[in-house]
Design a protein around this ligand. Structure first.
Ligand code: CP
Ligand code: NVA
Length: 313
């Protein structure tokens, strides 16, 4: 019998809008079960006997804990693989590591400082590989962001989200989702920190409205949500230069006032209060950042069920 392609989840753009929608809706159903305390959680243990390998070459709080807890709730187990403690650190190739891990594990999450490492792992792995963040993209974050937006404001199609600050990995995945789920993105970034041209043109070619501004007030004008992220991502070396360039891009109350009256504030976290966002915006009723963090758990569970072919129960 022919070997089926593993259900890798490397980037939003690899999918149709239907698949992304299916994963988000599944995540919402999984979340609804969790909120029903009268019933035991996943008594059918859909991922019983399955093991997730969690390979995080960089720090993580949300990604790590949400995959560990989510896999456990679904009846599966997690093997935490610290790349530094593996033979990878002594020069075993990614190709060999992938072929060995595929014999032990059912699904692998990789967070890496080198995007090529993710592609290489996926090329050789015969089990699904999930992108746990690279410097290029952070697709699992956007599943949670869409779920969070829709819980608070209804269907995201046709809505306008403003991205303020760095045109980074999270911004790339957001623009890809805009094309598939038919929402609009307005970005304001300083010179030298523009979003990836490849991501912008892909999103536009695939039907997204992506507008790029220099002035943050123009980008947020009338927006249904304002998003930002750290000014210094993991692996960025030019901290001082960045802090100077991004200073006018802080999301504060005055900037939020330019958005739609009921605009939400989202941030993938970790946040740096007094840098990309002020305390008053972060702590305001518009801020849904902790719902967003919680939704990492529910979307991770939806994604695992999909990747392991249990999307129908
Ligand atoms: N937002 C996010 O991915 O958080 P962690 O780095 O804590 O996983
Ligand atoms: N852009 C940030 C996101 C952290 C979750 C980074 O890459 O460090």
């Amino acid at each position: 019998t022919e070997q089926q392609m593993p259900r890798h989840f490397l980037d939003i753009r690899d999918f149709s809008g239907d698949v992304i929608r299916q994963i988000i809706d599944l995540s919402a159903r999984v979340k609804a079960l969790q909120n029903n305390r009268a019933r035991p959680l996943h008594p059918e243990r859909p991922l019983e006997g399955r093991t997730l390998g969690l390979m995080l070459a960089q720090p993580s709080t949300r990604t790590r804990v949400s995959f560990e807890v989510g896999m456990g709730q679904l009846g599966g187990q997690v093997s935490v693989l610290s790349p530094g403690d593996m033979q990878l650190g002594r020069g075993e190739t990614i190709a060999d590591t992938a072929r060995v891990l595929s014999r032990f594990l059912d699904v692998i999450v990789l967070r890496t400082g080198k995007d090529e490492n993710l592609r290489e792992l996926a090329k050789w792995s015969t089990v699904p590989v999930i992108n746990g963040l690279t410097p290029v993209s952070h697709p699992i974050q956007i599943l949670a962001d869409v779920l969070t937006f829709e819980e608070h404001r209804g269907p995201i199609a046709g809505k306008t989200l403003a991205w303020i600050g760095d045109g980074n990995n999270v911004a790339t995945s957001l623009m890809e989702a805009a094309a598939l789920l038919k929402f609009n993105v307005r970005l304001a970034t300083p010179a030298g920190f523009a979003p990836s041209e490849r991501a912008v043109s892909w999103a536009r070619e695939n039907g997204a409205s992506i507008e790029i501004f220099r002035d943050p007030t123009e980008a947020v004008s009338g927006a249904d949500a304002v998003l930002t992220d750290t000014w210094v991502s993991m692996g960025d070396k030019d901290r001082e230069q960045r802090l100077a360039a991004f200073r006018p891009y802080q999301v504060d109350t005055a900037l939020m006032a330019q958005a739609a009256p009921d605009a939400l504030f989202l941030h993938c976290l970790p946040a740096h209060i007094g840098e990309e966002v002020t305390a008053d915006v972060f702590e305001s009723p518009a801020s849904v950042v902790f719902d967003e963090a919680e939704n990492r758990l529910h979307t991770q569970k939806g994604l695992l069920l999909w990747a392991l072919g249990r999307e129908n129960g």
